[in-house]
Design a protein. Structure first.
Length: 283
């Protein structure tokens, strides 16, 4: 393969979002418009950090990719497929996902072993029978030992009996077991104590780098945004406000990100005050 073709392969867009719109409770007093014409391309192997305040649309963005709801208009392309109308379970063959709540995405009364068996249904394995293979149990035990949480000899324990940090680490491992084409992380450390959050973040960075996974990670943490990934997408009111590539991101500091958000807040206050003055003048 020529160097030119190799470069094209490395840089091709794995995910393409074209003019995505979504409105909830349309036409009511509770109307919310979390996606207002989102356009976003994500290159294969990219680790993208998604920032934004409450209501900015960042979690809705991940849900739209995962197929948690139908979009109103636009096109979602993943790995060369137009998945805009694919149901969530069909997209799951391409997507791994970890939620904010450590108790989401797992079967709490089932064992660690059987939870991994269920996770493997996204790929070539079916049912729970694979979990009883000695080879696969040994592989699972080795992978869990790498977490350094002492869980490798507790494969028969119900996953619901574990701490939030332990459970989230295992959920991350399950989500990446079959090397998904796209990994979605929706504030997956927000509900953890600081020590557990640091452990899960370190594990995230290690797995994403080792497996070269294309990843979107939503976070409220400016420090995580600075320390992780190779691109930052800042969202505000259903739009992409800023999109920093790797070179730009390396120059950013936490104070820079805080300043960007403060400028938006200040501008909105000025706009609201101007609108109020206009209303007062013409009423």
């Amino acid at each position: 393969m020529s160097e030119h073709k190799s470069q094209l392969s490395v840089n091709r867009a794995l995910v393409k979002l074209d003019n995505i719109y979504k409105t909830f409770h349309s036409g009511t007093v509770n109307e919310v418009r979390p996606m207002r014409g989102i356009n976003l391309d994500i290159e294969e192997g990219a680790f993208v950090i998604v920032l934004g305040g409450n209501g900015s649309g960042k979690s809705t963005l991940l849900n739209a990719m995962a197929g948690s709801f139908p979009i109103d208009s636009g096109r979602i392309e993943l790995d060369g497929h137009d998945v805009s109308k694919w149901p969530e379970h069909r997209r799951a063959s391409l997507i791994g996902r970890v939620f904010q709540n450590p108790f989401s995405g797992t079967a709490p009364t089932m064992s660690i072993l059987d939870n991994f068996s269920l996770a493997a249904k996204r790929g070539k394995f079916r049912g729970l029978s694979w979990a009883h293979s000695r080879h696969l149990q040994d592989e699972l035990r080795d992978r869990i030992r790498e977490l350094k949480m002492g869980l490798e000899d507790r494969l028969d324990c119900a996953i619901g009996s574990l701490s939030g940090g332990q459970r989230q680490a295992l959920t991350l491992l399950m989500a990446t077991w079959l090397k998904p084409r796209l990994l979605l992380l929706d504030e997956h450390t927000a509900a953890l104590d600081p020590k557990s959050a640091d452990q899960v973040i370190a594990l995230t960075d290690e797995i994403v780098a080792r497996e070269r996974l294309t990843t979107l990670m939503v976070t409220h943490s400016m420090q995580q945004a600075i320390n992780l990934g190779d691109r930052i997408v800042m969202m505000h009111k259903g739009n992409v406000l800023h999109d920093y590539n790797a070179a730009q991101k390396r120059r950013l500091r936490v104070d820079d990100l805080l300043s960007r958000f403060e400028n938006v807040r200040r501008r909105e206050l000025l706009d609201e005050n101007a609108a109020e003055l206009l209303r007062a003048r013409y009423i």
